[in-house]
Design a protein around this ligand. Structure first.
Ligand SMILES: NC(=O)c1ccc[n+]([C@@H]2O[C@H](COP(=O)([O-])OP(=O)(O)OC[C@H]3O[C@@H](n4cnc5c(N)ncnc54)[C@H](O)[C@@H]3O)[C@@H](O)[C@H]2O)c1
Length: 237
């Protein structure tokens, strides 16, 4: 039977692009997303869709219970679901802060807590990929909740690599400026990158595919920055 990858936030943009990339490579794919309308629009044979909230423990348990019944295996978990929550620090409420941490960080924890036992059961080894952001290590004003959630993911990643080794490898991907499908930006915005362009969802998929399979078998606990060099460019004004 084909390998199975589950992807949170798989109904739109990164998650959807990564899901279709894995399907093209012959994998089975299951997605969980709380955007019902976007889920309904996706029609694909090798894709299992589940409507749920990654910050809700019962939704995650039900998702994996259906996965277990339908596929009886799990190879890879890609944590991707997130919200922005950018807001002036002095106006950011405690509830807004908690919502970002609940979805962006606790959601990743829950996806691994209830998914990793399935990987260990069958096939016995696998890979977890946590989508973070370059905002985990750099900021603009009003980034507190989002940046904290993304930095937390880096800590969660190396902690899990220790707890789940040797059979499950755990790595993070930190994207910079990545364009959504049909999104266009100014030439100068492209050219500021050391590689002369902003990123694409395909760039993220290619790295995720590498981290998902055995070709990256000696890599765990790491954070891969994929930003066209922007975090290596000094900007003082
Ligand atoms: N777009 C970028 O340039 C960029 C840069 C760095 C990092 N990232 C990260 O990449 C990932 C994907 O980014 P994107 O641009 O595709 O985001 P997006 O907002 O377009 O998609 C996120 C998906 O997660 C889903 N989602 C949100 N809350 C959820 C919840 N509680 N339960 C289940 N699903 C939920 C949404 O419905 C959506 O389908 C995110 O983790 C984001 O932080 C994006």
């Amino acid at each position: 039977m084909s390998k199975l990858v589950v992807i949170s936030g798989g109904a739109n943009n990164f998650g959807k692009g990564i899901a279709f990339g894995f399907i093209k490579e012959g994998w089975n794919v299951a997605i969980i997303d709380n955007d019902k309308k976007a889920l309904e629009k996706i029609n694909e044979k090798n894709l299992f869709k589940f409507h749920g909230d990654v910050s809700n423990e019962n939704d995650i348990k039900n998702f994996y219970s259906e996965i277990s019944n339908k596929y009886n295996r799990l190879d890879v978990i890609i944590n991707n679901a997130a919200i922005g929550g950018f807001k002036n620090f002095f106006e950011l409420t405690l509830d807004e802060w908690k919502k970002v941490i609940d979805i962006n960080l606790t959601g990743y924890f829950l996806m691994v807590k209830y998914g990793s036992p399935l990987i260990l059961e069958n096939p016995g080894k696998g890979s977890i990929i946590n989508i973070s952001s370059t905002r985990a290590i750099m900021s603009e004003p009003g980034n507190e909740a989002y940046s904290t959630s993304k930095a937390g993911i880096l800590g969660l990643t190396h902690a899990l690599a220790n707890s789940l080794g040797p059979n499950i490898r755990v790595n993070a991907i930190s994207p910079g400026w990545i364009l959504h499908e049909n999104e266009s930006i100014k030439d100068a915005e492209h050219k500021q990158h050391l590689v002369g362009r902003a990123g694409t969802i395909e760039d993220i998929f290619n790295l995720a595919l590498f981290l998902a399979n055995d070709k990256s078998g000696f890599i765990t606990g790491q954070n891969f920055i994929i930003d066209g060099g922007m975090t290596k460019k000094m900007i003082y004004f």
